[in-house]
Design a protein around this ligand. Structure first.
Ligand SMILES: Cc1cc2nc3c(=O)[nH]c(=O)nc-3n(C[C@H](O)[C@H](O)[C@H](O)COP(=O)(O)OP(=O)(O)OC[C@H]3O[C@@H](n4cnc5c(N)ncnc54)[C@H](O)[C@@H]3O)c2cc1C
Length: 319
């Protein structure tokens, strides 16, 4: 690809809300920027984006298409492809893509998002983002007053059940052999009329393309319309191994994240990160905001470098 032959000011790995927002900000700062995206944004299975002021209910694909159009409208470059590796060469970053092309940039922004590792139940993955959910702020309103089951994979499930109780009076905590309730937790659940089902969940009952129930190992079924899970959220950072950047384990639960400072700068000079790859709780709006913030920090860093280079050039004796 010819356009990947130039030296970009900034290469962005990942074209979700964080990467596109950063790309637009950098293009508007008259920086040459390329956003490389493999396609696979975290919310693509959902019907609409919720909680993004002025874009309520917009389909994720429309949202991304609008973001790419804005990026290109300001002269940024959007490329479809998977970055396999990033290495440092002569002070720049060289990215290798899966189609064999390379791309070189002065600075790198990682907005590659995270992978949700879903519970291993037959048919569950197919319902993800529809009636198998995790985020009350993304879907709570849409599923209000429905029969909700919370599939326990640890003690966090108690708080999840109490949280979803805000949206529905019909909430069942499915202990799934993963959780033993303390008397205090039982008291809290009882006080909020959250039901508790013992036994391991063996499968989902789906009819007419809708979740109807889950089945337990004793053969009984718990009628449900929505199943809430708590997936491990693992940051997508394989391409950074050569740079020595590895994610840390999450403190709040299973999963990983890339550690950064407040501006998004990682421990590797010249490399920033934003969005779910560094903050698993970021939603579309906050991921986009983090991309914008990192873009400003990268731009400021380039201003300083451009100034240093200009001073050196001005001081150099004329030939
Ligand atoms: C089912 C579901 C529904 C959701 N609904 C909502 C909602 O209604 N409202 C809301 O605010 N939030 C919602 N979210 C959360 C939302 O999806 C995330 O907040 C948001 O996607 C994070 O944006 P991001 O840019 O950090 O990552 P992503 O949107 O995941 O984008 C990362 C991109 O980087 C790409 N990538 C990864 N590795 C590479 C590589 N090596 N080379 C090139 N590209 C790469 C990925 O393929 C992906 O396209 C939902 C999440 C889920 C799971």
């Amino acid at each position: 690809m010819d356009h990947l032959g130039e030296l970009f000011d900034v290469a962005v790995i990942g074209g979700g809300p964080a990467g596109l927002s950063a790309g637009v900000a950098l293009a508007r700062a008259l920086r040459s920027v390329v956003v490389i995206d493999a396609g696979g944004q975290r919310n693509l299975r959902a019907e609409g984006v919720h909680g993004f002021l002025t874009r309520e209910g917009m389909s994720p694909r429309q949202f991304l298409a609008a973001g790419r159009a804005e990026l290109e409208g300001y002269g940024g470059t959007a490329v479809t492809g998977l970055v396999n590796s990033a290495v440092r060469e002569d002070g720049n970053f060289v990215l290798s893509l899966d189609d064999g092309s390379t791309c070189t940039a002065r600075r790198l922004l990682i907005t590659s998002g995270s992978e949700d590792e879903l519970p291993d139940l037959p048919g569950l993955r197919e319902r993800w983002g529809r009636d198998v959910l995790y985020c009350p702020y993304c879907h709570g309103w849409e599923i209000r007053n429905q029969a909700v089951g919370v599939l326990a994979s640890g003690s966090h499930a108690v708080l999840q059940a109490l949280t979803f109780r805000q949206w529905s009076r019909d909430v069942t905590l499915l202990l799934n052999g993963e959780l033993t309730l303390s008397p205090g937790q039982r008291e809290q659940l009882d006080a909020r009329s959250v039901k508790v089902a013992d036994g391991r969940v063996r499968g989902l009952v789906v009819q007419d393309d809708k979740l109807r129930a889950v089945t337990l190992d004793d053969g009984s079924a718990v009628p449900l319309e929505v199943l809430v899970v708590n997936p491990a959220t693992v940051s997508k950072t394989n391409m950074l191994e050569v740079l020595g950047l590895e994610p840390d384990s999450l403190e709040e639960g299973p999963g990983t994240r890339l550690h950064t400072d407040d501006s998004g700068l990682t421990s590797c000079p010249g490399v920033w990160a934003a969005g779910n790859v560094t903050d698993v709780s970021a939603q579309v709006m906050t991921a986009a905001a983090a991309g914008l913030k990192a873009a400003a920090a990268i731009h400021a860093d380039l201003v300083l470098e451009d100034t240093r280079l200009a001073v050196e050039a001005a001081r150099a004796p004329a030939r």
